[in-house]
Write a protein that binds this ligand. Structure first.
Ligand code: HEM
Ligand SMILES: [Cu+2]
Length: 492
């Protein structure tokens, strides 16, 4: 009985966070579709409304991906270390209050700086929005950031308590040969340690630059070095957005290893890959500053060269591991494992156009085109999102006896094709030099935008079917204690 209660409360928090994220993702897609319809010339939308939607879409998607990713990571990490449920809850509360502030700032006070709130834009809007809107948005973001910061401080504390240090959480003693591979920390712990390290750095940079912006909005006479602000902003934005995939990928390790009844080994190459990506993820953000000629040249060169390798170590080791673990395992493909496998495809294919863009010569031509949203819609939309919904199917399967049906499989295919449609349309737009973040397009640019809009509607439909399955599970688990034998097994 004790164990049942524990499982149920732990799941309650995780499940709540997932359903909120799922619904936010679909709601944000609606704004995405409206933006594309406007760019495609199908509907009329004022430029002000477009930029408000762009702001809310970017902020909401990154926020939802982070919230869902952290729920996935927390759920599995909690099997191995002793996490605080209070902190987990506090993060959600900060998130919800912050989101309300952001929404009011954007829609009632017309704040529209984009999710990157690049200094000194929040204070200098040429009359598009006022102080209140900026303060609500920046304050809301700060609150969300502080919530996540608390969460990662807690994961760090728990990992250190169990393994001795964050270095040991990454398996450095195993890499150094002091400990056998058999005693290496599990994959979920290694990934969580990486995320803890990079996100504490990212959120500290983010909070600093948010406070700088807030001071400047309140008193424009107090100014800051814009180049420093930009560095802090992209250190935050690049790392935090990237971390969503490193949190959600824990589901790939845990779910594929359960589906195949094979362990996901933390061997040396795996540990080295995660340590490399820890460092690379933190130092490649200057690729967002390649156009800033005042940046020291060596930093830009480093940003370019290392960007090739940014996520690659973990991506390769994970994609290869996924192939190996499935190979001749006799795996029975079900929604969770199929979505995990799909996410590997989305992540890998999204990385390729990113690598192309990280080349300075290409970047000069492509950077402010829709090529950029093209690559990140691939690896977020078909990578992180697939991992998150795959995890939702996994929970439903483990905790209840409800079955997936033809609708779910149909939605899987629609999701795959339509998300490729959205991302592909962005890449095509980029290839024909359509600038990103333009409220209106010239006729030559409209075709791909329209195609993307209609694909986006299908993505929303498919994800809604995924959500319906999850809601069916929520209804079942309300009625009974959700522990079945399988859930117990998943607990260890
Ligand atoms: C599936 C349907 C989706 C549609 C139709 C859509 C549409 C759009 C559009 C039209 C833009 C603006 C492009 C421009 O610069 O002109 C955009 C930007 C963006 N989207 Fe999406 N999107 C979708 C899904 C997602 C997902 C799943 C995520 C992340 C999890 C995401 C994250 C973002 C971000 C971060 C931006 C950048 C905002 C900015 O430039 O400030 N989107 N999206
Ligand atoms: Cu980046």
């Amino acid at each position: 009985m004790g164990a049942n209660t524990v499982l149920k409360t732990r799941n309650n928090q995780v499940v709540l966070q997932l359903i909120i994220s799922g619904v936010v993702i679909v709601a944000m897609i609606v704004f995405g579709v409206i933006m594309l319809l406007a760019q495609g010339g199908v509907i009329e939308l004022s430029a002000a409304a477009f930029y408000q939607m762009l702001t809310i879409h970017g902020t909401g998607m990154i926020g939802a991906a982070a919230l869902a990713g952290s729920a996935v990571m927390w759920y599995f990490l909690d099997h191995y270390v002793n996490l605080s449920k209070k902190i987990f809850n506090t993060n959600l509360i900060c998130f919800l209050i912050g989101v309300v502030m952001v929404i009011i700032g954007v829609f009632s006070f017309e704040y529209a700086s984009g999710w990157t709130f690049l200094y000194p834009l929040p204070a200098l809007s040429a009359g598009a929005w006022g102080t209140v809107g900026a303060l609500l948005y920046l304050g809301g973001m700060l609150l969300i950031g502080v919530g996540f910061l608390l969460l990662f401080i807690d994961t760090g504390r728990a990992i250190i308590q169990k393994y001795g240090s964050l270095g040991k959480g990454l398996g450095w003693d195993v890499i150094a040969g002091k400990k056998s591979e058999l005693d290496a920390p599990p994959a979920a712990v290694v990934a969580s340690t990486m995320v803890t390290i990079v996100n504490i750095s990212a959120l500290t940079a983010g909070a600093t630059v948010l406070v700088m912006n807030i001071i400047n909005v309140v008193n424009p006479a107090i100014t800051f070095d814009p180049l420093l602000a930009k560095n802090l902003t992209y250190a935050f934005g690049h790392i935090f957005a990237n971390s969503t995939i490193y949190m959600a990928v824990v589901a790939v390790y845990e779910i594929l290893s359960r589906a195949t009844n094979r362990p996901w080994k933390s061997n040396k190459p795996f540990l080295i890959a995660w340590t490399s990506s820890t460092i690379l993820t933190m130092i490649v953000y200057p690729h967002h500053l390649l156009m800033d000629s005042v940046m020291p040249k060596w930093i830009l060169v480093m940003g370019q060269v290392l960007s090739y390798a940014n996520g690659l170590p973990v991506l390769i080791i994970t994609a290869y591991g996924a192939l190996m673990i499935v190979y001749k395992s006799g795996i029975k493909w079900e929604m969770p494992s199929a979505l995990m496998f799909l996410s590997m495809f989305g992540w890998t294919s999204g990385a390729i156009p990113a690598i192309v863009d990280a080349t300075i010569v290409v970047n000069h031509v492509m950077h402010n085109t829709k090529w950029v949203p093209g690559h990140f819609h691939l690896y977020m939309g078909l990578g992180v999102v697939a991992m998150v919904f795959g995890f939702m199917y996994y929970l439903a399967k483990n905790d209840s006896s409800i079955q997936t049906n033809g609708m779910d499989r149909f939605a899987f295919v629609v999701y795959l094709l339509s998300m490729l449609g959205v991302s592909g349309s962005f890449l095509v737009s980029g290839a024909i030099s359509t600038p990103r973040r333009f409220a209106t397009h010239i006729p030559e640019w409209m075709g791909p935008a329209q195609f993307g809009a209609y694909s986006g509607i299908l993505v929303a439909l498919a994800l809604s079917i995924f959500i319906i399955h999850f809601v069916r599970y929520l209804v079942v688990r309300r009625k009974a204690l959700p522990t079945t034998g399988r859930a117990q097994q998943g607990m260890i």
